[in-house]
Ligand binder design. Structure first.
Ligand SMILES: [Mg+2]
Length: 290
């Protein structure tokens, strides 16, 4: 990670501020911006066109197949690979995302200020490719709000692939993808298991490191119910975004990511002066974690 020095600083300050949470993992598409932008539909249309033009799949079959593979394998791309279709991953991503109307995404200063005021580590965890992630974050003016991006390229480097996967592509909602992301982000999901003995052990440990602390949790934000269920299974505290009612495995529900402060004020718990330091420390370049 290119900005490790600053990352360490943020982490230390975040803990010192007394926040209960250690790290926040954010999905990107339809989580950091609303579904109403139409990106989701435009992306699906591009993928269908790719299937028709480059994989020669029967036109009448394409929409159903696109949706079924998405449901079964996490992404249509992963499903196509399972079925034996051969294509270049970068070319697929360029076709699916390259022609999206990025100009319709506008800077979001409200979300930016919320993110910069959070004392925790913040990481993007998306199935999308690096180019798309960087483009979206740039358009939303959030590119310096995150410590790093865990994306398609991060998860699909050979060393991260466990053997005997259902699909050759590692992506949400598979539990293996969450486990890989937790490893890459250097998180300890065991910290989220709240048994009395563990809390006691951690309290002793962190009291020896920092003066005021009990234990830390990681929070995962996503607009997809199935990703939330997997996130919970992986040991994360979970927030469904874009939905005002809870789904199975969700600890919180947010109609919009903008409602985060009303729903989870604990994120900002801590000393105001220390929060100021965090805002300054957070202004670093986002790196792709690989
Ligand atoms: Mg999403």
């Amino acid at each position: 990670m290119g900005s490790l020095g600053t990352v360490m600083k943020m982490d230390t300050v975040g803990r010192a501020a007394g926040a209960k949470y250690e790290c926040l993992l954010f999905d990107m598409d339809d989580t950091l911006y609303p579904l109403s932008t139409g990106f989701n539909l435009a992306c699906r249309k591009n993928i269908e066109e790719f299937m028709l033009k480059y994989l020669n799949i029967e036109e009448s079959e394409v929409p159903r197949m696109c949706l079924e593979l998405y449901r079964e394998y996490g992404t249509t791309m992963a499903g196509l690979k399972v079925l034996g279709y051969e294509f270049d991953n970068d070319e697929f991503h360029a076709y699916a995302h390259g022609r999206l109307p990025y100009e319709t995404l506008r800077p979001d200063p409200v979300l930016r200020n919320l993110l910069l005021a959070m004392p925790q580590r913040k990481i993007i965890f998306t199935n999308a490719d690096k180019a798309h992630a960087l483009q979206v974050l740039k358009r939303l003016a959030l590119e310096d709000c995150f410590e790093g991006i865990i994306c398609f390229e991060t998860l699909n480097h050979p060393p991260l692939q466990p053997p005997a996967l259902k699909s050759p592509i590692l992506c949400k909602p598979s539990l293996e993808a969450f486990e890989a992301a937790i490893r890459v982000a250097n998180l300890d999901p065991k910290k989220t298991v709240q048994t009395p003995s563990l809390i006691r052990t951690q309290t002793q440990l962190f009291f020896s490191l920092f003066d005021s602390f009990s234990f830390f949790l990681q929070i995962f934000f996503d607009d997809s119910a199935r990703n939330i269920a997997s996130g919970k299974a992986a040991g994360l505290h979970t927030v469904i975004v874009g939905n005002s009612t809870l789904v199975p495995g969700a600890d919180h529900a947010l109609r919009s990511i903008h409602n985060i402060k009303e729903a989870i004020p604990e994120i900002w718990d801590g000393d105001e002066e220390q929060m100021e330091q965090v805002i300054q420390a957070a202004a670093v370049e986002t790196v792709v974690l690989a």
